[in-house]
Ligand binder design. Structure first.
Ligand code: ATP
Ligand code: MG
Length: 248
């Protein structure tokens, strides 16, 4: 049965998609069978892997289509998103069991994969709640600024409600600092503050600022194909090893 992992933070532009896509690629390169699901109407995860306009997509499966995934390479599969996802919260407002829809959607295919990774949108609406309800773990990508830390408390509050009311198995997989500048004192300070609060839940791998990570999506390739020797590729390979050790 697949381990299901949400990459979630209601703050925008923190590295959720880059991390979900890169970890999915790294796991698949390590022979794990991986399904990456794009839950965001911006469709960035799909675009990052060169996939768009699939007839069966996140919107259509939430509306009742049986799930059908796109094969990216030998071990990597994807359910792309659609712009319509932005209106799903409203369309599903009267749907019975609306917070459990993703549980039902993934049930038939959960045994086909080692990992199912969920790239969440920058809000804590119904689709993000669905992600938390079906997940074994959630990973928080975070920018190393003081304001980012304040945002985490809202996310932790929501996860706590989900844990108490619907999904008592969800665990914090870890917090990963993204776009880290090694010489920036502010980043080092923030890292210390987070470490003092979250201890070993802060991944020891940080993802350094790396231009190749920003360029790779524009050619629809993972960082490992686009720039295999870049700091971005090295950091995401190390993060993936840590994830494999911690998410047992
Ligand atoms: N380590 C990095 N170094 C340089 N650029 C990065 C790095 N990580 C991500 N980026 C770039 O920063 C931007 C935001 O990253 P990303 O799209 O992964 O964030 P996100 O949290 O998914 O955003 P959103 O909330 O809009 O979905 C993108 O343009 C991405 O290419
Ligand atoms: Mg994103």
């Amino acid at each position: 049965m697949a381990k299901i992992v949400s990459f979630i933070n209601q703050k925008g532009g923190v590295g959720k998609t880059t991390t979900a896509v890169s970890v999915a690629a790294a796991l698949s390169n390590n022979s794990y069978r991986v399904l990456l699901i794009d839950l965001d109407a911006q469709c960035n995860a799909g675009t990052s892997l060169g996939i768009s306009n699939a007839a069966v997509n996140t919107y259509s499966v939430f509306k009742g289509d049986p799930i059908k995934v796109v094969q990216v390479n030998e071990n990597l599969f994807m359910l792309p998103s659609s712009l319509n996802v932005s209106t799903l919260d409203l369309e599903l407002v009267n749907e019975p069991g609306k917070e459990q829809l993703l549980v039902e959607i993934l049930a038939p295919i959960q045994d086909h994969f080692d990992f199912i990774l969920l790239d969440c949108s920058p809000n804590l609406g119904l689709i993000s709640i669905n992600a938390l309800v079906v997940s074994n773990y959630y990973i928080i990508p975070l920018l190393p600024h003081h304001l980012s830390i304040q945002g985490i408390s809202k996310l932790l509050e929501v996860v706590d409600k989900v844990r108490r009311r619907i999904n008592n198995k969800i665990e914090l997989g870890g917090i990963v600092l993204c776009q880290y500048g090694e010489r920036k004192v502010l980043h080092q300070d923030t890292s210390e503050v987070i470490k003092s609060h979250f201890g070993d839940k802060l991944f020891s791998t940080v993802i350094r600022e790396n231009i190749s990570l920003a360029e790779a999506p524009s050619v629809g390739k993972s960082i490992f194909e686009y720039a295999p020797k870049s700091n971005g590729a090295v950091d995401y390979m190390n993060l993936t090893q840590e994830i494999l050790q911690k998410l047992k």
